[in-house]
Design a protein around this ligand. Structure first.
Ligand SMILES: C[S@@+](CC[C@H](N)C(=O)[O-])C[C@H]1O[C@@H](n2cnc3c(N)ncnc32)[C@H](O)[C@@H]1O
Length: 202
């Protein structure tokens, strides 16, 4: 991403306060509850074993902080250092531990790191992210991905007008062929029209 794009996001977050309430995306909660009901998260002596998750383009951090509050060992990445500063303040206020990384997904290296879950909301990168996610998610791990579909462009309330920033209906399974689709659908929500893709690594 260009320095100008990074500055644009930093400027945007300069005008924002840290979150006062942790409101993760409803669909993320649904998917994570489903994962939690499927996996045994206790060892032989009943100790809880944290699963590792990574969120790309985490913004102000609500989803990652919520995951930390629900027992996940979470790494959250965003290119905006200003957004991350706000997110850190929120996490500190609620006592949540998150491994924050200020980095561009086009350049970041997560060499030797492995995660059980990758989370992406309202962000699209077709060049690097698919390869990055494939390299860091363990076989059997999950991907929860939601972002705008091309139908978003038809909405009168849309702030997006460039089709490059939206997904065609069939696109995510093609970008992530290493994952079996658990669910994949377009959803028309009160404030946005999105593709929701929940998948499991082969
Ligand atoms: C629409 S916001 C979504 C934030 C958050 N995922 C959410 O749903 O609220 C897009 C985010 O992507 C981040 N971003 C944009 N390009 C990026 C890149 N190349 N690498 C990492 N983060 C990026 C921005 O800083 C911004 O926080």
């Amino acid at each position: 991403m260009s320095a100008a794009d990074r500055d644009k996001w930093n400027q945007k977050y300069h005008g924002k306060q840290p979150l006062v309430e942790i409101k993760p995306d409803d669909w993320l909660r649904e998917c994570v509850d489903q994962i939690a009901s499927e996996v045994g998260t206790s060892d032989e002596v009943g100790q809880s074993i944290p699963l590792k998750a990574v969120e790309f383009a985490c913004g102000l951090g609500a989803n990652s902080i919520w995951l930390a509050q629900h027992g996940w060992d979470i790494t959250a990445m965003d290119v905006s250092a200003v957004g991350l500063e706000r997110a850190k303040q929120t996490a500190h206020q609620v006592g949540a531990e998150v491994n924050w990384i200020a980095a561009d997904v086009e350049e970041v290296s997560l060499a030797n790191q492995q995660f059980e879950l990758a989370v992406v909301f309202r962000f699209l990168d077709r060049e690097r992210l698919p390869q990055l996610i494939d390299s860091v998610i363990r076989p059997g791990g999950w991907l929860i991905y939601e972002t705008f579909s091309t139908a978003q462009l038809e909405r009168t309330d849309s702030h997006i007008h460039n089709a490059d920033f939206t997904l065609r209906e069939d696109e995510l399974p093609l970008l992530y062929p290493q994952f079996d689709v658990l669910s994949h659908k377009q959803c028309v929500l009160p404030d946005r029209t999105v593709m929701r893709f929940h998948a499991r690594k082969k």
